[in-house]
Design a binder for this molecule. Structure first.
Ligand SMILES: NC(=O)c1ccc[n+]([C@@H]2O[C@H](COP(=O)([O-])OP(=O)(O)OC[C@H]3O[C@@H](n4cnc5c(N)ncnc54)[C@H](OP(=O)(O)O)[C@@H]3O)[C@@H](O)[C@H]2O)c1
Length: 345
């Protein structure tokens, strides 16, 4: 069994807010206790910054935050395993995984730190053909994308619109849709069009140059062409006009809420799901959910990544001490892929 130092480098925070306002670097944060039961202790090599991580940092009330460590997604090596951990998670195994949201909220467990202790359920063996940096991006947001496909019951031959195809969830939703044999049109900003085409989109729509987007879609994709719309932006307009471009039995799956409050997002969820078409609601199936990542889905994502059906693009990598620069890049709207934090090597 390897020797684990009593303290570790970690970013911590004690109140809700943005990364630059609340995060403090602690060079000597207590290392998690040795794992018991089916828990494992992972030495983290890479953490992938995510919208989920910054949302939790911003929105969970300060009263719940005491020396909380940010972020959910990681890759690394098993350092120690509890006596009931499955044999495939023995020390030295390369793994990836994601922190359950409740552990982040209630216990401040996070991945901007040298070590993390988690139940085996949240840790997945890394495919040999996927690098450790990319594996850090196969987790929470990829789970959301895969759940979008599951909820939509996607099948070969479907025509799919991915709104936000250049974002972290959108890129995986687009590639996973292609892998089942669907044809994908994706919206993105102009600078991301080539990347999105390379990821498998049949066509791209520069959403800034095609406003209002719903009118552009009616003009160019009218006659109810789409079977599924995956919305990672959270556009109410796109849903309200969808009967013109989404088939009558089509499905609108929304996870986005870019730039709107949680309360407004929840209100739209209720309104769009519960208002019947007969009483003036939009006559299309609307699905929205909060992702709970599962091991089964994580293993499916690993298999797709191993066969190169899903590629995690890495935009940039920052040292742990430079995590605030990583957040700056992540939030500047210009990146092509994930921003990673390198923690060990
Ligand atoms: N429900 C859940 O379980 C769950 C889980 C994870 C994430 N989410 C939510 O899902 C959303 C997407 O997450 P993400 O990690 O993919 O974020 P992201 O990487 O920041 O991607 C968001 C994308 O939205 C696009 N965008 C922004 N404003 C737009 C507009 N007005 N019109 C069209 N596109 C626009 C951007 O496109 P360009 O970069 O091309 O400009 C960006 O790529 C977020 O709201 C996040 O909170 C929900």
């Amino acid at each position: 069994m390897s020797t684990i130092p009593p303290t570790m480098r970690a970013w911590v925070f004690n109140k809700a807010g943005t990364p630059e306002n609340v995060l403090k670097f602690n060079p000597a944060h207590p290392t998690p206790a040795p794992p018991s039961g089916s828990n494992v202790l992972v030495r983290i090599y890479y953490a992938a910054l995510s919208s989920a991580g910054t949302n939790l940092m911003n929105n969970v009330p300060s009263i719940l935050r005491r020396s909380a460590i940010p972020e959910l997604d990681f890759s690394g090596f098993i350092a120690q395993a509890g006596e009931k951990a499955p044999p495939e998670l023995s020390p030295g195994t390369a793994v990836f995984g994601t922190v359950p949201v409740l552990s982040s909220v209630l216990r401040g467990v996070g991945t901007l730190a040298a070590y993390i202790s988690l139940p085996a359920e949240n840790v997945i063996v890394k495919p040999k053909t996927v690098g450790l940096p990319e594996a850090a991006g196969l987790t929470s947001l990829a789970n959301t994308a895969m759940l979008m496909l599951e909820k939509a019951k996607i099948k070969a031959g479907d025509r799919v619109l991915v709104h936000g195809g250049g974002g972290d969830v959108g890129m995986v939703a687009l590639q996973a849709s292609r892998s089942v044999g669907a044809a994908v049109v994706a919206t993105c900003s102009e600078s991301k069009m080539n990347m999105v085409l390379q990821l498998g989109a049949e066509k791209t729509i520069d959403y800034r140059a095609s406003q209002p987007l719903h009118k552009f879609l009616v003009d160019n994709y009218g006659l109810q062409q789409f079977d599924i719309i995956f919305d990672t932006v959270g556009s109410q307009d796109l849903f309200e006009h969808s009967p013109r471009y989404l088939k009558p039995d089509g499905v609108y799956v929304n996870v986005g809420g870019v730039g709107i409050s949680t309360a407004l997002s929840l209100w739209r969820w209720f309104k769009n799901s519960a208002h019947p078409g007969l009483l003036g609601g939009i006559p299309r199936k609307f699905i929205m959910f909060n992702t709970v990542p599962t091991k089964q889905r994580g293993e499916k994502i690993a298999a797709l990544a191993a066969e190169k059906s899903i590629d995690i693009l890495v935009d940039s990598t920052f040292k742990l001490e430079d995590a605030l620069l990583g957040y700056k890049r992540m939030l500047d709207g210009k990146r092509n892929g994930r921003c990673l934090i390198e923690i060990s090597s």
